[in-house]
Structure formats: C-alpha cells, structure tokens
Design a protein around this ligand. Sequence first.
Ligand code: CP
Ligand code: NVA
Length: 309
Amino acid sequence: MTNPIHFLDLHEVSKEDLRTMIDDALAVKKARAGKPKGTRDEGRPLDGHTLACIFEFPSTRTRVSFDMGMRQLGGDTLVLNSDDMQLGRGETIADTAKVLSRMVDVIMLRTDNHQKLKDLAENASIPVINGLSNFSHPCQLMADVLTFEEHKGNIKDRVVTWSGDGNNMVTSWIHAAGQFGFELRIACPEELSPNPVALDWAKEVGAAVHVTRDPEEAAKGSDCLVTDTWVSMGDDVGARHNLLKPYQIDEKLMEKAASDAIFMHCLPAHRDEEATTAVMDGSQSVIFDEAENRLHAQKAVLRWCLGKI
Ligand code: CP
Ligand code: NVA
C-alpha cells in the first residue's frame, strides 16, 4: 500500500505541488464562471470518493466549501461534529483514524490541538487535511495566495503585511512566505508573537519574515494588509483587546500601504475591532473573493491528496 498524501501544513508540501494546486484552482475557477454553483461538469474526478469532515470547533466557510467542493468534483461528504462521535466520549484519535480509513477516502479535521491532526495522519491509511488547528490554517492560505494572485499577479517577491494577533493564521502566512517566496512583515504585540516553531522554520529556510511592534512601518509600501480576529477559537480573551488596539487596520494604516494595495481577512471578523468597517467594505477589500476562493483552492487540495492532479 502506498503512503497517503496528507495536507497538514504548507511547509510539508513541495513548492512545485503548491504552485500546481494554485494554478489549477485558478484555471478551474475561470472555466466554471457563470455556471450554477452545483454544476458537476469537471469530469467528476472524485466520483465514488467520500470525504469525512470532523469539526471540534464551529465553521461556516470550511464546512460549506469542503462540502460543495466535493460535490462539484462528483464525490460525497459526511459532515461530523466531534461531540456527536465517540471521539467526544474518549475514543482515541488513532482508533478513529483506523475505523474511518475502512469507510471513507479522505478526512478533514478542524481541531483545538494540532497533535491530534498528526496522530490522525499517522494512524490513517487515507489522506488527512488540516481544516484549522490551534497551530495553523493552511487551507485558508491556499485561498489567500489564490486571491492575492487574482488581484495582483504572482505573489513571488511581493510584500504582505500582517497587523494583529500572532495566531494560527500567521503560522500559515509564515509557511506561505517561505514556500511562495514573498516578504512577510508581521506587526504584533510582544505578548502575542507568532509561534516560535514557525519563526524558527522561517529562519532555517531563509524566508523573508520580519516581526515588528510598529504597524505603520510594517505597512509602508506593502501590496497587501491582512489581519484576523483578536480572539481565536479556544483563546482566553484576557488583555487582548488592549494589547491589539494599536494594530487595528483602519483607513489611516491602509494609506501607508501601496496605493493599489488590497485588504484581506480570512473571516469571521469582529467589525471595528481588528479592522474598521470602512476598510472591510472599502474598495481595496477582497474579503469575499477570499471566502469564495476557499472552495476553488480546496478542490485542488482534494484532488492533489487523492492523486487526481
Ligand atoms: N476562515 C474560516 O476558516 O472560516 P470558518 O471558521 O467559517 O470555516
Ligand atoms: N484565527 C481564527 C481563524 C478562524 C478562521 C481562529 O482560529 O479562530
């Protein structure tokens, strides 16, 4: 039996494969433009295949995009909440992996503990996809790179500025900077710095990743400003709002960026906290393209995991 191909983090996938997935997603998106959303005219490459999505946390975009994506590719989906499974009563991840591997073809897990993803992958004989963990959110980054490139061309050698919490999204932005070859400036309070493991990886591979306490300096001339909620799922609120207030993306901060810079946010947002409504609904915002692109990017990820790309 060949080893399954997992999609756990961007730095574990080759640069070539990441590029293939982004290019494929863009081409398929273009070919589908204007057709009804349930159209399954892509040759049904995943006919007969079933995806099990397991959620330990709530989700709107991840849930709907995986389900619709699988349907468009001719496959089927089971959407499961962990509390309704024996997982919620203490069955191990390893046993769950072995059982599901007998019944479905690919698993997506959203979890509060990244180690569970690793354990699932280690014990499954089918591909496992990271649908967000406390460490990272690689599927979102595939959509984000796709969105950047649709609006601004190849992301290589461009500049992206993060202003806000150094959370799971930042880990995946760091991995993306190394893999796609762009500069990432991260403005955040010291107390909410990015995961040191991700920063160490960036250093090791020579990725252009810089951390600063000064959002204005970080935004200067940037091609894209990006942020995320100040309180991620599973976080304690604590002093986050006070610490993060100086990192809010408002129109003044957008003005520091290049005049044609875009604004991104993975959503869900807390409007007028991490970004003002004026920025979120402004002409530079691409947040709803970004949400739609979860669907297109993940279809490429699913096909890659199942050897159909
Ligand atoms: N961006 C994102 O993952 O959204 P959901 O939590 O709605 O899935
Ligand atoms: N950082 C956020 C992302 C939500 C998609 C969280 O983990 O809640």
